[in-house]
Design a protein around this ligand. Sequence first.
Ligand SMILES: NC(=O)c1ccc[n+]([C@@H]2O[C@H](COP(=O)([O-])OP(=O)(O)OC[C@H]3O[C@@H](n4cnc5c(N)ncnc54)[C@H](OP(=O)(O)O)[C@@H]3O)[C@@H](O)[C@H]2O)c1
Length: 341
Amino acid sequence: MRIILIGYGVVGQGLTNILLRRRLENLKDYGFNPKIVAIVDRGGAAINPKGLNLEKMLTLKKHNGTVAADREFGHAQMSPLSVIESTEAEVIVEATPTNVKNGEPGLSHIKTAFKTGKHVVTTNKGPLALALPALMELADYNKVYLRFSGTVGGGTPVLELAKKCLAGDKIVAIRGILNGTTNYILTEMAEKRITFQQALDSAQKLGYAETDPSMDVDGIDPACKVVIMANWIMNKKLTLKDVKVKGIRDVTLQALEEAAKRGNTIKLIGSIDDSAEVAPTEISKHDPLCVSGVLNAVTFVSEFAGEETLIGRGAGGMETASAVLRDLLDIKYNLASKMLT
Ligand SMILES: NC(=O)c1ccc[n+]([C@@H]2O[C@H](COP(=O)([O-])OP(=O)(O)OC[C@H]3O[C@@H](n4cnc5c(N)ncnc54)[C@H](OP(=O)(O)O)[C@@H]3O)[C@@H](O)[C@H]2O)c1
């Protein structure tokens, strides 16, 4: 499998680290021997049709800031679109920053990959939140796979559990804590009896929250995950505009203390049943969803198997990269089984 990696930040570098560390096991256990033939960042690209040296790419990125600095294979300022169009590969891994305004640049990367017959694995929620139903159709039309396990739950296999382990059952509702930053803030407020602003400051100091925390605290990030789960797991053709979203800025210490008197607490819950919503919600402290700190948790309500709750870390470079590896193996498996039929 030849792979083009677009975006070489936390997740992209995590992927090359995992491929290096798992090289032998990938080959022995899965017959999987991928070659990264191109890596692109904002400085340009490194391209080698025979496969790039990943140790060298990690060192170059660390010391020079861009893979385009490679003397032999570097192409300064080469754009991701021209790399996707001109480089032979089976798959692109898209790991550029999430943009929920217009999905770019990820949206164009994904569409161009499809048009040139390449499968896509992405961790970028923006294009999916805005256009997942259309992208799924476009992938089908071009007879390629689109996979995005890392977009929900980081390395925790939220999408796979629902899609594969509960195959044959019908998932009728999903509820979840889908954002670690806001869960950290609400946990800190409740446990340390501090205000939203104090908890946000602490999250920013620890690097859990961005300087502009609005994607998290205004509920946009979990709303993107609601869209992805609704489409992929429940076959609902939703986009971001269909989700009713309320963040946690107005959750007060007083409201948390009132909830505590009832044996409850307030969590930012994303839910999908007849409608799709993200909102601060009072839940019992005994609810399996009631996890603390940066953890995520998702409860699937299915017709026959009942309720299952999956808990795990919702982000992290290596965690999310492990989801990318699972998606690559899934594509390899699908391609191999197609060849058998
Ligand atoms: N980190 C996580 O825990 C996590 C978890 C789940 C999902 N995600 C999602 O995964 C994606 C990547 O996350 P990350 O944490 O790896 O982000 P990141 O560290 O900011 O890395 C983004 C990478 O994309 C590159 N890039 C930005 N604009 C580009 C453009 N126009 N053309 C080519 N490359 C471009 C950057 O180049 P430079 O290196 O030159 O700046 C950088 O290498 C995001 O959409 C994020 O929301 C992340």
